[in-house]
Ligand binder design. Structure first.
Ligand SMILES: [Zn+2]
Length: 136
């Protein structure tokens, strides 16, 4: 189940974003899973649930998995199409030289953070000059 190590990498990336923005928690993650990425969405979700148990910043986070179908582009005529089954032949001109436009990716597309504080002790005292800075 390599989805666990993939989710580990995603969680590490999200943690870096959380630190960078000084966020309190993650509201939502959007991950794009390509048809040919060899990732099984259900396993990815299970891995996410496991990390959510141990990572406080993920405690209430939602995971959205977006499926990205395989799309090919003909190198000969430029036509883009979604192949039927395993026939990677251009449906316009019949050429077999095609390249993948999308469908192999595994992408962290979006991270929604909760940044503002609802802690009543914050901010204790604003400086008398200038606005507080939230992001460096
Ligand atoms: Zn073609």
């Amino acid at each position: 189940m390599h989805e666990l190590s993939i989710m580990q990498a995603l969680v590490d990336a999200v943690e870096a974003i959380v630190r960078e923005h000084g966020a309190r928690r993650v509201v939502r993650l959007v991950v794009e899973v390509g048809e040919m990425s060899n990732v099984i969405p259900m396993y990815l979700r299970n891995a996410f649930l496991a990390f959510r148990e141990v990572k406080p910043f993920l405690a209430q986070a939602e995971l959205e998995i977006r499926f990205v179908p395989l799309q090919l582009r003909c190198e000969s005529c430029g036509f883009e199409f979604q192949p039927q089954g395993y026939r990677y032949r251009c449906v316009e001109c019949g050429a077999t030289q095609v390249r993948v436009v999308q469908g192999e990716e595994l992408l962290l597309r979006d991270v929604e953070l909760e940044v503002e504080s609802d802690d009543p002790s914050w901010p204790v005292e604003l400086p008398s000059h200038g606005a507080p800075r939230f992001c460096e």
